[in-house]
Design a protein around this ligand. Structure first.
Ligand code: ZN
Length: 133
């Protein structure tokens, strides 16, 4: 795994949170993207070398809606950049981690993504992401 690519934060109201994080960081979000297959609308901020993703649910049974129902708003996942997501998934499976989607899927921000089950990572949802060339 390489560097932290971004940190994902689950929010109830993207428009409100875009304003909140813009005043927190001193810069506005630089894009909004909906991933219909995941039932999520995302926005992205850059703070220095760091990237923050806000996630709002667009349907009641989406993973983000369920997360907020259970835990409330807050940090949802940590995403790590990988060069070869397929071989990284194989390596992590070999180490005993549970991968939520063994076939990488198209995520926001032009990435192929896969998630590790938080039950096998001390409660932290880990996202692997590989830039689509
Ligand atoms: Zn993410």
């Amino acid at each position: 795994m390489d560097k932290i690519e971004h940190i994902g934060i689950a929010v109830k109201d993207l428009e409100k949170s875009n304003k909140l994080f813009a005043s927190l960081f001193g810069v506005p979000h630089y894009k909004i993207e909906e991933v219909a297959s995941e039932g999520v609308k995302t926005s992205f901020f850059k703070t220095g070398p760091n990237k923050i993703e806000l996630l709002e649910s667009t349907k009641p049974d989406s993973p983000i809606a369920k997360f907020i129902e259970k835990k409330g708003e807050g940090i949802h996942h940590i995403a790590f950049a990988v060069k070869d997501i397929v071989s990284e998934i194989e390596r992590l499976k070999g180490e005993g981690f549970t991968i939520l989607n063994e076939v990488p899927k198209k995520g926001a921000d032009n990435k192929l993504v896969a998630f590790l089950h938080p039950k096998t990572t001390n409660g932290v949802l880990i996202e692997l992401c590989q830039e689509i060339e």
